[in-house]
Structure formats: C-alpha cells, structure tokens
Design a protein around this ligand. Structure first.
Ligand code: GLN
Length: 193
C-alpha cells in the first residue's frame, strides 16, 4: 500500500512521519503524475486558499477529482475545506465531499484548543477504548453533512468536527500533530477496504 500526501503547502511532513511510523509507504504529491501509483491520499492542514490556488496552478484539480471518485482521500483542517462542496467563499474547492464548512469557525479568542472526543467508529476500527485527544488550530466547522456523507464525531454541543462519505474522510482537527496514530490507522483501514 502506498499513501500520498499533497505537498503544496501546510503540514504534510507531519503526516508523512506518522504514516512511516505505521510502516506505510508514502509519497509527496506535487504534480498529477505523482498520483499514479497511490492507493490513498491525505490533504494536510495549512491555508486552504493557498492550497487551492497552487493546485489550480499545478494542474491538479481534475486529477485530484478523478482520484477521489474511487480512491480514499482524507482532508485534515484546510484539507477538509478543500475536499468540501461549499466553504462560502470564492476559493478553489475539489467539491468531492457532501459537506459544507465554515472556515475559522471558532473565532479569534479561542482559535486553537484541544478536546477529548468520543469517536465510536475510530475505537471500533482500532480495537481501542481511549477517547481521542483532538487538536484544533483555526479550525473549520463541518456545518452541514448531506447526501452520502455521515457525521463521525461531534463536540459535546453537537457541532460536527469529523465526517465520512465512503472512502472520503474529513476532520476539522489535526491527528498528525499528536503521538496518537489511531486516526491514520483508521484511514489505512479505509484505504485497504
Ligand atoms: N484556517 C485555515 C483555513 O481556513 C485552516 C487552518 C488549518 O489547517 N490549521 O484554510
């Protein structure tokens, strides 16, 4: 199995480190040809407008959309925004996943925070029971989940912070910034399903 990480901008190196820790072969994706032999792809956190503009400039938009039609893609934070159908701003989006997002939804005062989440599907996939410690950095909220997409995790007040649609996964938070590899393990299980 080989999983690529879109390496145009943002924290792609941290995703690669975590995948390697799990023994997964990795590749940095910067050009359409880099997608050819991949089984799955991660879109990292960073700045979604910048990632989108660079993806347009490198001719990656259609190749990424084609990839997402039958292969697994996981977007974290800015990557989740890039995967979505609607971010309520004029910026390039892959529009692959039936979610709408609100960028920087948590405001300036509390724009970064950490919280323990209960994620039943993650626990089942990794056969573990501990809550998941999630790191949010100027995070988007998954405002609506429609069509084929389903919520995967919610904050105690009900706001959605992770969703799945078949082989597509979106998280508002950053599993690549903690030592807990369970979310990457979960994605690996989606890639191989
Ligand atoms: N605020 C960023 C955006 O809207 C996302 C932040 C992140 O990826 N940590 O693109």
């Amino acid at each position: 199995m080989k999983i690529g990480v879109l390496a145009l901008q943002g924290d792609f190196a941290e995703h690669i480190t975590t995948l390697k820790r799990l023994g997964v072969e990795t590749a940095e994706v910067r050009l359409p040809g880099h997608l050819d032999d991949l089984d799955g792809l991660i879109l990292p956190g960073g700045e979604s407008t910048t990632i989108g503009k660079l993806a347009v400039a490198f001719g990656l938009m259609e190749p990424l959309r084609d990839f997402g039609k039958n292969k697994a893609i996981w977007g974290t934070c800015a990557g989740a925004i890039f995967l979505s159908r609607d971010a309520k701003r004029d910026q390039p989006l892959l529009s692959l996943m039936d979610i709408s997002v609100e960028r920087n939804a948590f405001g300036r005062q509390v724009d970064s925070f950490e919280v323990e989440l209960d994620i039943p599907e993650l626990k089942a996939a990794t056969k573990t029971d501990a809550p998941y410690h999630a790191v949010f950095i100027r995070a988007p909220l998954i405002e609506t989940v429609f069509g084929e997409a389903k919520p995967l995790s919610q904050l105690p007040d009900g706001r959605i912070v992770a969703a799945r649609q078949g082989k597509l996964l979106a998280t508002s938070f950053h599993p690549e910034l903690t030592d807990d590899s369970r979310f990457h393990q979960y994605f690996v299980s989606i890639v191989s399903s």
